[in-house]
Design a protein around this ligand. Structure first.
Ligand code: FES
Ligand code: FES
Length: 200
């Protein structure tokens, strides 16, 4: 009704300072004291590689490493991991050099639409941090909490096995492309054309 005060359904939690090491960087942000880690990482820290799939703990898209252990950030209170070392998919690469697991996903078709890929990369990295000689059963177990609608999973398993072989030194990383694709818009996209009679 016009002029009637609106009462929020849920009481607004007060903002507090949240601190952690995110991708080897000390961060300090203001966030509601009851904030979910997924929201803090995306909205306050700006790590948009952490994907919100289901928000229910069933898809694995939001996985991050907390002190090296995979965790679902949609199921984690930010306050519970305050001060800990958090790695998102953005933290896997070393500068401009992709991590072996990222290279192998790209080389072996482990990623198609890519929405699930950050979660798979995190789960796979957690496994490879424990062993560079995983069995296929261990790979399946490591990614059992991650859902993918595109790949059929086998290319993902192959990508992780290939990354393990790369880490063991049994294969070589593919050479970086020497002929990068030309920029289709070297001077920016053209001004959109308005239909006749619609001049501004
Ligand atoms: S968004 Fe966290 S498990 Fe799906
Ligand atoms: S690559 Fe599309 S959902 Fe996995």
């Amino acid at each position: 009704m016009v002029g009637e005060a609106r009462v929020p359904m849920l009481p607004q939690a007060p903002n507090t300072v949240w601190r952690a090491e995110v991708n080897d960087r000390s961060v300090e942000v203001l966030a509601p004291s009851n904030a979910i880690l997924l929201d803090v990482l995306r909205d306050n820290v700006g790590q948009l590689g952490v994907k919100r799939g289901c928000d229910l703990g069933t898809c694995g898209c939001c996985a991050v490493l907390v002190d090296g252990e995979p965790r679902l950030s949609c199921m984690t209170l930010a306050g519970d991991v305050e001060g800990r070392a958090i790695t998102t998919v953005e933290g896997l690469a070393e500068g401009h050099h992709l991590a072996p697991i990222q290279t192998c996903f790209a080389e072996h078709g482990g990623s198609q639409c890519g929405f699930c890929t950050p979660g798979f990369l995190i789960s796979a990295q957690a496994l490879l941090d424990q062993t560079s000689s995983p069995t296929e059963a261990q790979v399946n177990e490591a990614i059992e909490g991650n859902l993918c609608r595109c790949t059929g999973y086998q290319p993902i398993v192959e990508s992780i096995m290939a990354a393990a072989a790369l880490l063991r030194g049994e294969t070589e990383a593919p050479a970086p492309p020497t002929d990068p694709h030309a920029d289709p818009h070297p001077s920016g996209p053209e001004e959109p054309q308005l239909p006749p009679g619609h001049a501004r």
